[in-house]
Design a protein around this ligand. Structure first.
Ligand code: SF4
Length: 424
């Protein structure tokens, strides 16, 4: 491995800890201790500056050599009839290796955010949608409507980087955007403009979001609304919003599928997508779906490039078979339909490893309390800190290169997956 000099400042670093992938961080390495000097949010600081505990590969909790752990993991996969690869939290290179290992061992592939990401994908597959990019949002949107998400709770620098940042290539002035929130339990403070203009907030609970978006569609289509089916105050606010929608030059509706109820998230997303299509008959409107943290966007794209399907594919017959419903991690484990679990988590040690009686192989960023559920455990490096790599941004159009910032002798997930594949 290349050794990194004692104290060095890295500039324009991409942050892998949410799918905004902010690429303007300055990070100092002082004897392999990292400090975020510029532009990191609290989430980035916590993750870049974390002291990784020193842990070894283990089998049943006992320290072993890397070769022993690799051979044991390979023997589990060799004898399994239906392995499940879950978590799948990694970068592009890790996703490629995970797919190659799935193909060799006949595994099913899902992601830790599979439920939310599939709700988006089902809408895209069934009826299509009109989406935009982060750059278009920043440069053109004069009206931004957040449905069910405040964006900043899960993507902390969203407003700093994309809403209030200047200059805008399309000449939008600093305070020229209108911000509207629809939903409840949101932190709307970031929506206040630099000159102090407060955002609008139409309150409704999560179960009422679909109905609220449907009322907007009805109002825009001049359908009579039964006033006893919606609170008068909300109806007045929605009528005002419709007037603003009709005067917008470029409107964007932002959502995060993970914040909708899992059971009917696809229905809400479909209603929003149909509203956007209708608006494009006479105006310019687009959607922006946030999501795909923990390498989810990268994993889904790699899966699509290599198998033709977004995820939830099964290689047990030697070819990729897609089933978005049957191959969810939760369903497979509930039905005891898998006899080996491989869990991969490169960025976050707090993602709960699912409980199962099947032998479990865990590849994870080092944790103080090693994964007791694991029959075999491998500590792995973080993409963008311990090794180079690439990640796809939430809008699916850009992949950002990640740098190696320190050398604490952690192998990457893709290197270990490759070793296991060679040992099978
Ligand atoms: S907003 Fe996301 S990508 Fe940007 S610095 Fe924070 S965690 Fe990293």
């Amino acid at each position: 491995m290349t050794s990194i000099s004692a104290s060095k400042l890295y500039k324009d670093i991409a942050c892998p800890f949410c799918t905004l992938l902010c690429d303007d961080l300055s990070i100092r390495n002082d004897k392999d201790k990292l400090t975020v000097e510029r532009h990191g949010c609290a989430k980035a600081i916590k993750n870049f500056e974390r002291n990784e505990p020193k842990v070894n590969p283990t089998i049943h909790g006992e320290n072993v050599s890397m070769d022993e752990a690799v051979n044991h993991a390979a023997s589990i996969l060799r004898s399994a009839k239906q392995p499940l690869f879950a978590g799948s939290s990694t970068d592009v290179e890790g996703s490629r290796e995970l797919m190659a290992l799935a193909e060799k061992s006949g595994a099913i592939l899902d992601h830790v955010h599979g439920d939310a990401m599939m709700n988006n994908t089902l809408v895209l597959q069934n009826k299509g949608w009109i989406m935009t990019t982060l750059a278009e949002l920043k440069n053109r949107a004069d009206l931004v409507i957040f449905i069910g998400t405040d964006a900043s709770s899960r993507y902390p620098r969203f407003f700093e980087r994309l809403i209030w940042d200047q200059p805008s290539l399309a000449g939008l002035k600093k305070n020229a955007r209108d911000i509207v929130y629809i939903g409840d339990g949101m932190d709307t403070r970031s929506g206040t403009s630099p000159d102090g203009t407060k955002p609008s907030h139409i309150k409704c609970n999560n179960k009422e979001i679909n109905e609220t978006v449907s009322v907007i569609r009805a109002l825009l289509n001049k359908v009579d609304i039964q006033t006893d089916s919606i609170k008068p105050r909300r109806l007045t606010a929605l009528k005002r919003l419709c007037e603003r929608i009709l005067s917008a030059k470029y409107g964007v509706i932002v959502w995060d599928a993970a914040e909708f109820p899992a059971s009917d998230g696809d229905i809400i997303i479909q209603t929003i997508s149909e509203l956007i299509k209708e608006l494009n008959k006479s105006s310019r409107f687009a959607g922006l779906s946030l999501g795909g943290n923990n390498g989810g966007t990268s994993f889904m794209n790699v899966c699509a490039w290599q198998s033709g399907y977004p995820m939830r594919v099964n290689y047990s017959e030697g070819y990729p078979y897609y089933d978005p419903y049957s191959y969810s991690t939760k369903k497979i484990l509930q039905e005891n339909a898998s006899d080996a679990l491989l869990w991969l988590s490169s960025f976050d040690t707090s993602l709960g490893i699912p409980r199962t009686d099947a032998p479990t192989i865990v590849l994870s960023r080092p944790a103080k309390r090693p994964a007791h559920e694991a029959e075999v455990y491998f500590p792995i490096g973080v993409p963008g800190i311990d090794h180079r790599g690439n990640l796809m941004r939430t809008d699916n159009v850009v992949s950002l290169p990640l740098k190696k910032l320190r050398d604490i002798k952690l192998e990457s997930g893709s290197e270990i997956l490759n070793k296991i594949r060679q040992a099978i």
